[in-house]
Design a binder for this molecule. Structure first.
Ligand code: C5P
Length: 208
């Protein structure tokens, strides 16, 4: 019996979690959205009044949190969390703590894991690595459509600006910047449906 590990990385709103969850469902394996872990730490930091540049307190927050319990109960798309999650995620002490938990979770068996640094740092030996991208405009339009569906108020330009700001911080940070692994299959979803992306990934999995 062999374990299957899939790493799906990419910028904000590239469709990683919807695609990753579906791929995992069809393969009958687990799915972990690591962005939810960074969001959970960010939400906790806001609730506890910890500043986004207090590396020391943020690191101990991350070291003490048991993410197995909170990955599905975070304040997902809260605007406040969105605004500071990239700063919190740039703190090395936060990453060390969360990456250790991610590797421990992966060691329990087959899994699809999505994030920014899964193929490069967390699971460098993943069976399949995918880097999912889309133009900033397409990603902003998708995020805006989600917000419209939830009847939230939004400004399309602000949604785009917020995505670009987060991507810039994620790409330019020193620790584990967002970039495709050398051996990743790069998929641009600008002109692809979710189903088409899922099928491309499953085809890659069946080859390995
Ligand atoms: O994937 P999502 O957009 O929910 O991630 C939120 C933020 O968490 C990202 O913008 C990034 O700063 C951080 N993150 C990260 N490494 C990961 C997953 C997310 O730094 N593996």
């Amino acid at each position: 019996e062999c374990t299957l590990t899939l790493a799906i990385d990419g910028p904000a709103a590239s469709g990683k979690s919807v695609v990753g969850r579906e791929v995992a469902r069809r393969l009958g394996i687990r799915f972990l959205d690591t962005g939810a872990m960074y969001r959970a730490i960010t939400l906790a930091s806001i609730q506890q009044g910890v500043a986004a540049d207090d590396a020391c307190k943020l690191s101990s927050l991350a070291a003490c949190a048991d993410m197995r319990l909170v990955t599905h109960s975070n304040g997902d798309r809260l605007a406040e969390v969105d605004a500071s999650v990239s700063a919190v995620s740039a703190v090395s002490g936060v990453r060390t703590a969360l990456v250790a938990q991610q590797r421990a979770i992966a060691s329990d068996g087959s899994i699809v894991m999505c994030g920014r640094d899964i193929g490069t740092v967390v699971l460098p030996d993943a069976s399949v690595k995918v880097f999912l991208t889309a133009s900033a405009e397409v990603r902003a339009a998708r995020r805006a459509a989600e917000m419209q569906q939830r009847q939230e108020t939004f400004d399309t330009r602000q949604v785009l600006a917020a995505l670009q700001r987060r991507d810039k911080i994620d790409r330019e940070r020193d620790d584990s910047p967002l970039r495709p692994a050398a051996d990743a299959l790069v998929i641009c979803s600008d002109h692809l449906t979710i189903e088409e992306v899922v099928c491309q990934i499953l085809a890659e999995v069946s080859q390995c």
